[in-house]
Design a protein around this ligand. Structure first.
Ligand code: NAP
Length: 295
């Protein structure tokens, strides 16, 4: 078998993403010689032990990263500053510090200044997920055929970037290097705004249900159901994403609100051509996603 990419991999947080990385590393055998993990609660640590997701599970994040040549932050992005402060004094020289967070400018802002001299910081985002969370929900195939976006700050050691790229290639992902601001704008429209809409529409439906429209949930299969799947996602993780990509998300929300008002106006005035054109555009986008196998 090929030499493992990392001698000791430290996972900070073992939820959907952390546990999927652990399962992947376990299954392949060529990613990590040893996996050490930490999670905040005793419950998650016990689950990690029971599932055999790591060789060692520790309560102390600092002790977890000691001697590791790769450390991956897998907690909600709002916890990154505290987590980075806790591990920074314990990071080994020449270690690579990376992450999986869904926002990238905030991660560079919160973690970047805490990275000690001699440690290589390679922010990353696997664009793969489900609405489930926790260590039991992960699976080794999660990243297959998906993109992994790396946003290394200028001047990052190229060998370190290449090793994180190789990690994601071994996960079956397509690797892209991107400027963090661009990443955040793209994610605002393809991921963060759709989640914001899903949470909002579920709230609207729930309000109506409370106001005696009892049939709202009974007939959910008519389109609403797809929103509820997205809306089942973890509240803390999504709160953190919204607050840490505030500017781009507000810009996309504003554009969307304008477009929705235009559509509503077309409905009010019976503008057939406008309505058909918008629906046709939606169908074209769906067809092109299927064509590039991202549907
Ligand atoms: P998750 O399943 O909810 O797991 C989160 C993990 O972080 C748990 O181990 C949790 O520990 C720990 N944690 C939570 N708050 C913490 C805090 N304040 N301090 C220390 N540890 C804390 O989350 P996930 O879905 O794996 O997401 C992890 C990261 O991946 C997030 O940054 C997210 O933006 C990113 N991401 C998610 C997806 C997705 O679809 N889910 C996709 C791509 C990237 P306990 O269980 O002990 O509380």
């Amino acid at each position: 078998m090929t030499e493992p990419l990392f001698r000791r991999l430290a996972l900070i947080g073992v939820g959907l993403i952390g546990s999927s990385i652990a399962r992947l590393a376990r299954r392949r055998g060529d990613i990590a010689g040893e996996i050490v993990a930490t999670a905040r609660t005793e419950r998650t640590r016990a689950t990690v032990e029971r599932l055999g997701l790591a060789d060692r599970v520790l309560a102390d994040p600092g002790a977890t990263v000691e001697g590791a040549d790769c450390v991956i932050l897998c907690t909600p992005v709002g916890a990154y500053a505290d987590v980075a402060a806790a591990i920074a004094p314990h990071l080994a020289k020449d270690a690579i510090l990376t992450d999986v967070g869904s926002t990238k400018q905030s991660v560079i802002r919160d973690v970047g200044p805490l990275v000690p001299e001699g440690v290589h910081f390679v922010p990353a985002h696997p664009v793969a997920g489900t609405e489930h969370s926790g260590p039991e929900s992960g699976f080794a195939e999660l990243f297959e055929g998906r993109y992994a976006i790396l946003t290394p700050p200028p001047g990052t050691d190229e060998a370190a970037v290449e090793r994180i790229a190789e990690l994601w290639r071994r996960a079956g992902s397509m690797v892209e290097v991107m400027e963090p601001g661009h990443h955040d704008r793209v994610m605002a429209i393809v991921s963060h705004l759709p989640h914001l809409i899903a949470f909002t529409i579920c709230g609207t439906a729930d309000d109506l249900q409370d106001q005696s429209m009892k049939d709202v949930l009974r007939f959910a299969a008519s389109g609403f159901r797809d929103f509820t799947r997205i809306a089942a996602s973890d509240p803390v993780m999504w709160r953190d994403i919204f607050l840490n990509n505030r500017e781009a998300l507000l810009e996309m929300t504003q554009r969307f609100t304008e477009d929705m008002t235009a559509m509503a106006r077309a409905v009010r005035w019976g503008d057939n051509a406008y309505i058909e054109d918008k629906i046709e555009r939606g169908r074209r986008i769906r067809r092109s996603l299927i064509a590039i196998r991202q549907a």
